[in-house]
Design a protein around this ligand. Structure first.
Ligand SMILES: [Zn+2]
Length: 197
């Protein structure tokens, strides 16, 4: 446990001032049901027919984006519920998104791919080596082969990593040849999207 905390303290995550309270009741137990009942009351206004439409994305777009809690992909792109598939993972890495992307293209006819990485990404502060060390400290030896297989696919420059991922998609034999693919870097400081490729 100590080595786990030490390894986390060595990363940028330790600087966060908005640490969650992990000792209280879970969100699922304390708030979720009330929040959802409020959502149901506003569903017709906030979602309505866009949520009841056919499941095929209206704009034919698949967005690959980081899971970062500060990013709101539909809002930054001016898209609405029903317009696009939003495929999210740590870093917004294309290789990790491939299973969903293939389903999006083959089953639901999306043909434009927008890849978004961002400044101050957790996966640019992260280290596979540090995480593997923390995992090994809290798991039995039998789990260590799984730990050795872990890769965070971390990166240092989001412009370079998004260019890498767009090249990966353009060259991938399973990505539809008619795909229009672009790569963007999102600035968390002001919401700007800068085109990288
Ligand atoms: Zn990120």
């Amino acid at each position: 446990m100590t080595s786990h905390l030490t390894s986390l303290a060595s990363t940028a995550y330790a600087k966060a001032a908005n640490q969650p309270d992990l000792k209280g009741p879970s969100f699922a137990d304390a708030e979720l049901a009330v929040n959802n009942s409020n959502f149901i009351k506003t569903y017709d206004v906030l979602v309505g027919d866009k949520g009841r439409a056919h499941l095929m994305p209206k704009r034919g777009i698949a967005v690959i984006c980081c899971m970062d809690a500060r990013l709101d992909p539909n809002a930054m792109l001016g898209l609405e519920v029903g317009d696009a598939h939003i495929i999210r993972n740590g870093g917004g890495r294309a290789a990790d998104a491939l299973r969903s992307l293939i389903g999006s293209q083959e089953a639901l006819q999306t043909r434009e791919i927008i890849v978004i990485h961002h400044e101050d990404c957790g996966f640019s502060h992260a280290s596979t080596t540090v995480v593997q060390k923390a995992l090994k400290a809290r798991t039995p030896l039998s789990a260590h082969p799984f730990v050795d297989a872990v890769s965070l696919q971390e990166f240092s420059d989001p412009r370079e990593s998004v260019q890498e991922d767009v090249a990966f998609l353009r060259e991938h034999p399973l990505v539809h040849p008619d795909s229009k693919i672009s790569g963007w870097v999102y600035r968390v400081s002001n919401g700007e999207l800068l085109r990288a490729c």
